[in-house]
Design a protein around this ligand. Structure first.
Ligand code: PMP
Length: 389
C-alpha cells in the first residue's frame, strides 16, 4: 500500500504531541480514575438555550445542505460581532463559516501558501500548527517566543525568520501559555508583516477569555486589514467544541476563493449548527462571560496555590483556559514530569514539549475540572514536584 508523502509526513516524522493524552485515555478505558487536565474542553456542556435553538432549527427542517459560505444570519452575526469588538467595518462577504477553527487554519494556509512556501508560526504553539501547515504542502518554520520575553514574539525574532516566508501565524490569547500579547508585540507583528510582505493569520479562538488587559486583533492595526485572516470559533467561547463551527474573517477576494475550497472539501457546516451558533452569538456577552467565568475563577485559585511554594513556577498569563507551569527546578523534562505524575498520581497534564521547544521544561495544566478537584490536583502536583529526586 502506497500512501502520499503529504499524509505520511504530516507530523514531520516526530511525535504529534498527543501521547500523554492518549495514554491517559487508555488508563480511563481500563477503569483508572484519572484527573484530566489535558485538552481545552470545558467541564460544562453546551448551554441548554443553544441546544434548544439547535433543536428548533433541525425540527423546522434545517437538515439539508446548508449555504456553503455560511448562512446569511450567521455570517452577519459574526461580522457584527467582529465590528463590535474591533471597530473594523466587516460584512458577511468578509466571513467564511468553517467546521471549527481548525478547518479555518487549514483553509487560511491553503489560500495563501503554495507548495514549498515557508509558513511561520510562533513557538510555543497549539499542537496542530506544524501539521496543518504541512497538510497544505507548505514548510513550517518556528519563530521562538522566549521565556525571557514573556513568551511573546519579538520583532527581531520574527524578522530573523522571514526569508522566503509567506505567512505568520500568531495566537493571542495563547495556547499553551495563556499569555495575551501586548500592544507593543502586536505592533511588532504588524510591522514585520508590512515590511516583509507577510500575511498574518491571527488565531483568536480565545478572544472571549481575557482576564487581565485587552486583546488586540492585528487586523485593526495600520496596514494590516488587507493582509490579515482572523480565525474564530464557537468552541471555546460557547462550549461548543463538538459542534464544529468557526470562521475565517478577511478580505473579500480571499474569502471568495476559500468558499471555492470549502465547496471542494467540507461542503459547509450543518444548518442547524449554524442556527444554534447564530443564536449563541446573538445572546451577547453575558453568555460568553458565564462560560468563561470558571476559568477566571480557577486561575485565581491556582495562582494562590502556586504562590505558596517554589518547587513549581507560574508563567504569568492573562487569558485562555490554561496555566503554564515551569518545572525546570525538578530537573525533569515536561515529558518525564507529565508521565511520572500520570503514573504515580493519576493526574494528566500536557508536557510543554508537545507545544514546541520554547515550552520545554514546562507543563500545561488545563483548568477544566470543577474547583475543588482542580485545587486538590494542583496541591498533589506541587507535592509531587517537591518530592522529585
Ligand atoms: N486554535 C487554538 C489555539 C486552539 O487551542 C484550538 C483548540 N484547542 C483550535 C485552534 C481549534 O479549535 P476548534 O477547531 O475546536 O475551533
Amino acid at each position: 500500500m502506497k500512501l502520499s508523502q503529504r499524509i505520511l509526513g504530516l507530523t514531520g516524522g516526530t511525535s504529534d504531541g498527543w501521547e500523554l493524552f492518549n495514554k491517559a485515555r487508555r488508563m480511563i478505558d481500563d477503569g483508572v480514575a484519572v484527573t484530566e487536565l489535558t485538552i481545552g474542553e470545558h467541564d460544562i456542556r453546551t448551554h441548554q438555550s443553544i441546544l434548544d435553538a439547535m433543536h428548533r432549527s433541525a425540527s423546522a427542517g434545517h437538515t439539508g445542505y446548508a449555504m456553503i459560505p455560511g448562512t446569511n444570519e450567521l455570517r452577519d452575526a459574526v461580522a457584527a460581532r467582529v465590528f463590535e469588538r474591533t471597530g473594523v467595518p466587516t460584512t458577511r462577504d468578509n466571513v467564511l463559516i468553517t467546521p471549527g477553527g481548525q478547518s479555518g487554519l487549514f483553509s487560511a494556509h491553503s489560500a495563501l501558501c503554495d507548495e514549498g512556501d515557508v509558513a511561520l508560526f510562533c513557538d510555543p504553539y497549539y499542537a496542530t500548527y506544524p501539521g496543518t501547515i504541512r497538510a497544505v504542502g507548505a514548510v513550517p518554520r518556528a519563530v521562538p517566543c522566549r521565556f525571557e520575553n514573556s513568551f511573546e514574539p519579538s520583532f527581531p525574532d520574527i524578522v530573523a525568520k522571514t526569508r522566503d516566508a509567506k505567512t505568520l501565524l500568531v495566537n493571542s490569547p495563547n495556547n499553551p501559555t495563556g499569555v495575551v500579547y501586548s500592544r507593543e508585540t502586536m505592533e511588532g507583528i504588524a510591522r514585520a508583516c508590512c515590511e516583509h510582505d507577510l500575511w498574518c493569520i491571527s488565531d483568536e479562538v480565545y478572544d472571549t477569555q481575557v482576564w487581565d488587559g485587552t486583546h488586540i486583533s492585528p487586523r485593526t492595526l495600520d496596514g494590516m486589514l488587507d493582509r490579515t485572516l482572523v480565525i474564530g470559533s464557537m468552541s471555546k467561547s460557547h462550549a461548543m467544541t463538538g459542534s464544529r463551527v468557526g470562521w475565517v474573517v478577511g478580505p473579500e477576494p480571499v474569502i471568495k476563493e476559500m468558499i471555492n475550497l470549502a465547496t471542494h472539501t467540507n461542503y459547509g457546516v450543518p444548518g442547524y449548527i449554524q442556527d444554534a451558533a447564530a443564536f449563541a452569538i446573538e445572546s451577547g456577552q453575558p453568555l460568553e462571560d458565564e462560560i468563561g467565568a470558571p476559568f477566571k475563577r480557577r486561575r485565581s485559585l491556582g495562582q494562590a496555590i502556586i504562590a505558596q511554594q517554589n518547587a513549581v513556577g507560574l508563567v504569568p498569563s492573562s487569558g485562555a483556559m490554561y496555566m503554564l507551569l515551569d518545572i525546570r527546578s525538578t530537573g525533569l523534562s515536561g515529558d518525564e514530569f507529565a508521565d511520572r505524575l500520570l503514573e504515580t498520581h493519576h493526574i494528566a497534564v500536557m508536557p510543554g514539549e508537545s507545544f514546541g521547544a520554547c515550552a520545554a521544561g514546562h507543563i500545561r495544566v488545563a483548568m477544566t475540572v470543577e474547583d475543588s478537584a482542580f485545587e486538590t490536583a494542583l496541591h498533589t502536583l506541587v507535592d509531587f514536584a517537591k518530592g522529585v529526586e
